[in-house]
Design a protein around this ligand. Structure first.
Ligand SMILES: [Zn+2]
Length: 604
């Protein structure tokens, strides 16, 4: 089967060059062109010394010092080995024993939409909204500040399960004249009022769209306003005015301004819904205005869209922004009851349906696989995972690719067969360990103890050699700070203090690797980042505490504090009190996109 050539646009240091690589008919994904500059000679631009440098290299070596030149790591070693790179203009930072790690890589994040929601939409997240009453009150208040007919569009979103979410008629009571659309926190469903449903032209006889469900009143057949999955939600939200390009750019800067003080230097945006949003990222990269490194997966919801997107040949690759491939979804999640489990008797799986019929799904996966790019699939339940693995297996049989690194996103409740097949097929597990802590009690309630104990079994993945990448999944998760992920992975303690299957707990060393090196691996970027090694990008985090010796207790891990974030050799954040570099202006010298904070952030 012939495969189209991959066309990478390389941007480095302002120079733009187009590089054509070979095709994948040989069964191997072509090597990406290197975007690393050559390791420069002395002297260094900046040297961090007298520290505890957790390199996360193959042997988890610990060094004392690291020198940086032209955005790249120049030397890692003992103080004496690095000091020879000190020149008259070198900025030397005495770490006084503090810890340095590679920059955190958030392997599953929705940065552009997260920023958009925080900046431009009605806040309907906790702590502002915790109940239906809160939600209705907030909507009612919003009607007072908007002109009649203007949309009331909530951010993602309110935390109520589907059955407790307001119907269109309840929303009509507080907003009869403004169309309203409110997404659930998970992003898996939303609620609209009658005005919004009418604008969308959705009525009693509107068929369910492909891959979505319009919930209907059992007696009358009228839509209840509850719309399940993206294709159903899109019927309404496609009518809502979108932010401009400038507003989206502002949203990206805003989100990055939140991430950098927590050490996040790379983000994998795993659902870019529209090509024009991909372009916004790319154009910011070209203008050297992207505040964090980006890896992009575009969302595919049907076979026609897959055909269209593959034919566009849009393959951008630079040091700041790379087009990685495709994102699909086969099931929903616990809150909507749409987790595709073999056990359909549980609250979390009762309303599950596959978003694609296996035959269509196999065709989509095969087509995308043949494009030579990565495929990642949202899947939460064990039955859903088998459908994904069937599709991967068939695609790999017809076009073997030894280095595909296809991913399962979430992979929350695998069974033994799922493990075996992931291992055999070389699938990456892209998981959100904060969920163990934040939602573990809810999983217990929705699935019972046996399934809840299977939640995100990180140790079992690692034991089988399945690569595990960590991430936050904001805004589908309320929080993005990496310490939440560390808490979930290392303690497996839920909010109520219950330990969810302690045999699946991992060490901080393993957790840091999953949030750095393996997250880079999940995007084919481990040669460029993810560990502190000569020649890699100088993306580093200075911490107040030693991550390897912090006590495995939620309160202790939550105290982990970032003192400085370095991206491409530039200090892009430093803690005001610690001021490791006293002469530096608060937000990183020439950087003009320093940390911004919304008044509603953090939500705790
Ligand atoms: Zn997500």
């Amino acid at each position: 089967m012939p495969i189209s050539r991959r066309n990478f646009l390389k941007v480095s240091g302002g120079a733009i060059a187009t590089i054509l690589t070979g095709c994948a008919t040989t069964g191997k994904i072509p090597e990406k062109p290197s975007i690393l500059p050559k390791v420069p000679g002395e002297p260094a631009d900046i040297i961090l010394q007298n520290g505890n440098i957790l390199t996360v290299d193959t042997h988890d070596r610990i060094a004392q010092a690291v020198s940086i030149s032209k955005g790249t790591i120049q030397k890692v070693g003992m103080d004496s080995e690095v000091s020879s790179f000190i020149g008259p203009a070198t900025q030397v930072v005495d770490l006084k024993g503090r810890t340095v790690t590679p920059g955190i890589i958030d392997a599953h994040n929705h940065m552009i939409y997260f920023g958009e929601q925080l900046k431009y939409r009605l806040d309907i997240r906790p702590p502002k909204v915790r109940s239906k009453m809160d939600l209705l009150r907030v909507v009612k208040e919003a009607t007072k500040t908007k002109l009649e007919g203007d949309w009331i569009y909530g951010c993602q979103g309110f935390p109520l399960p589907l059955k407790d979410s307001p119907t269109r008629w309840e929303l009509d009571e507080v907003s009869p004249k403004h169309p309203v659309f409110l997404p659930h926190m998970s992003g898996q469903y939303g609620v609209a009022n009658s005005r919004a449903v009418q604008v969308a032209g959705v009525g009693k006889f509107t068929p369910d769209p492909y891959g979505g469900r319009i919930q209907r009143d059992e007696r009358t057949g009228e839509p209840t306003g509850r719309l399940i999955q993206y294709p159903a939600m899109d019927l309404v939200r496609k009518n809502i005015p979108k932010p401009s390009v400038t507003e989206y750019e502002e949203a990206i800067r805003y989100a990055a301004g939140l991430f950098l003080p927590y050490g996040i230097t790379s983000v994998q945006d795993v659902i870019v819904y529209m090509r024009r949003h991909t372009k916004i990222y790319e154009q910011m990269a070209e203008k050297q205005a992207l505040p964090v490194r980006l890896y992009i997966l575009e969302y595919i919801d049907s076979l026609p869209k897959a055909k269209r997107m593959v034919s566009l040949h849009h393959h951008f690759h630079s040091s700041m922004c790379t087009f990685g491939g495709w994102k699909l979804a086969i099931d929903g999640g616990p809150a909507a009851g749409t987790t595709l489990m073999y056990d359909k008797s549980q609250l979390g799986s009762r309303h599950a349906f596959p978003f694609h019929q296996p035959e269509d799904f196999n065709k989509i996966v095969k087509l995308l696989h043949e494009s030579g790019f990565q495929i990642s699939i949202h899947v939460v339940g064990d039955e859903g995972m088998n459908i994904c693995l069937d599709a991967f297996e068939k695609a790999l049989e017809s076009t073997p690719l030894s280095k595909h690194r296809h991913r399962l996103e979430h992979a929350n409740f695998p069974n033994q067969r799922n493990f075996d097949r992931m291992q055999k097929l070389g699938i990456v597990a892209s998981v959100q360990p904060s969920w163990i802590h934040l939602y573990g009690d809810g999983f217990q309630m929705m699935f019972g103890e046996e399934i809840a104990n299977r939640t995100i079994p990180i140790k079992s993945f690692l034991r089988r050699g399945i690569p595990v990448a960590f991430s936050s999944d904001v805004p589908a998760t309320l929080v993005f700070e990496p310490f939440w992920g560390f808490i979930g992975a290392v303690t497996r303690k839920t909010r109520s203090g219950r330990v969810l299957n302690p045999s699946e707990a991992i060490s901080m060393k393993e957790a840091l690797r999953a949030y750095t090196y393996t997250a880079a691996y999940a995007a084919f970027e481990e040669k460029e980042k993810g560990s502190i090694k000569e020649g890699k990008f100088a993306d580093l985090v200075v911490w107040e505490q030693n991550l390897y010796t912090v006590l495995p207790e939620p309160t202790k891990i939550r105290d982990l504090k970032v003192l400085m974030t370095i991206l491409g050799g530039k200090v892009v954040y430093q803690d005001e009190k610690a001021k490791l570099i006293p002469s530096l202006s608060p937000f990183g010298g020439e950087g003009n996109w320093g940390p911004l904070r919304g008044s509603n952030w953090p939500p705790h």
